[in-house]
Design a protein around this ligand. Structure first.
Ligand SMILES: Cc1cc2nc3c(=O)[nH]c(=O)nc-3n(C[C@H](O)[C@H](O)[C@H](O)COP(=O)(O)O)c2cc1C
Length: 188
């Protein structure tokens, strides 16, 4: 099997769900953001917008609003998480990068997903912990949704599609779950 640093980071990355309170360094944040900006995008539209949230007060409000909205959902698993008072949707991470996209762009969900994956891989490559967080999107579907969009200065026509929580890992990540078999077909 071939091996290099990039392949190692891709296999090593795990969702981190326990963070120290210490804020990440500015140069680390900038390295992660730059990786997001260098993601591929359909037609090279680059129709994404990144919002860095490092205010604990705002993260707490987003956590609260997302959980309140999730309590109303049909999905029992999500409702159970929302009703757990101890559950923090950001796992205590001190930084959240919210990835928004221009709704009218060609394939904006795919663009934002590619950017989010770049954020996670860059974070892993410099020793940060990271977790993809879509739970926060419930906050934008709540009655406070448009107020949050305004407060977060999300540009007109854009909406949040995903986010990445970032911070220093509190504990080492576990082993990656086994890969499901038969996920590849070769036609040669
Ligand atoms: C589209 C998407 C949404 C996700 N949303 C959340 C989330 O809201 N909260 C969370 O803890 N993990 C979330 N995850 C992380 C997945 O649970 C995680 O990637 C998966 O369990 C595999 O674990 P690994 O990342 O350690 O390989 C999300 C992942 C993806 C791709």
């Amino acid at each position: 099997m071939m091996a290099n640093e990039t392949l190692k980071i891709i296999k090593q990355r795990r969702s981190i769900r326990s963070f120290t309170e210490e804020q990440i360094k500015e140069e680390e944040l900038q390295a992660v953001l730059e990786a997001g900006l260098y993601a591929p995008s359909a037609g090279n539209q680059q129709a994404w917008h990144f919002t860095v949230i490092q205010s604990k007060e705002l993260l707490d409000r987003l956590n609260f609003a997302a959980k309140e909205a999730a309590k109303q959902l049909d999905n029992e698993h999500v409702r159970k998480m929302a009703n757990n008072e101890k559950f923090n949707i950001f796992y205590g991470a001190p930084t959240l990068v919210l990835v928004s996209g221009l709704e009218q762009a060609m394939l904006i969900e795919a663009d934002c997903a590619a950017a989010t994956q770049n954020l996670l891989l860059a974070a892993e490559s410099i020793g940060l912990g990271a977790c993809w967080i879509n739970f926060v999107l419930f906050a934008f579907h709540s009655p406070d949704g448009s107020a949050f969009r305004k407060e977060l200065e999300i540009p007109e026509g854009y909406k949040p599609y995903s986010s990445a929580a970032l911070g220093y890992k509190k504990a080492a990540a576990g082993r990656a779950p086994d890969r499901k078999p038969n996920a590849v077909t070769y036609i040669r």
